[in-house]
Design a protein around this ligand. Sequence first.
Ligand SMILES: [Fe+2]
Length: 207
Amino acid sequence: MNCNWKIFWENFNECLHCPGVHKDLSRLVPIYGRGLMARHDDPEWARYADNDAPEFSGGLRAGAETWSRDGRVHGPVFAGLTPAERAAGQTYATSLPSMFVVGHVDYVRTVRLAPLGPEQTELTAEWLFAPDALAQTDIDNIVAFGAQVLEEDAAICEINQKGLHSIRHQAGVLMPEEYDLRRFHEWVRGRHAALQPIKTTSADSAR
Ligand SMILES: [Fe+2]
């Protein structure tokens, strides 16, 4: 991607872009189509607190089971999943600054980031299947969907990078829904502050 790695994470941490950028994903995960990541993001959450429809609860659309082109599983699902895990259809784990992992009911997806330069980031996505599922699964149906979402994100991240070069750009303004971006910014600032400047001794400078 022709963007800084931090732009990727900023995009990852909000769903305001979802309705416009991820049309198919927003159909699969209806709450994304409302520009929200989860139930607690809804300004009117109290009104819908007891409503388990996916546009309010955050789950996959009715009848969908996993991230694939048609929302269906195309091979065996993992044994031992709880009803809640099956209903969620996606479970995220993030390890800043380099990786996130998503567990689906039938496979695991990993996305890794490696900065190549100030405005270039290498993204590696992998789809992991249990050995016995490999032979039985329609892998193309699954990979095509996840790859499409990543490509949609990469495209807007690159536009964002270009926008930062605008002579009018000085600083952005965060929306209330971007609380996770603020958390990310604070994480970056904290890591910078933790970096101790390397002290040069007279012995070093003599070499
Ligand atoms: Fe996105």
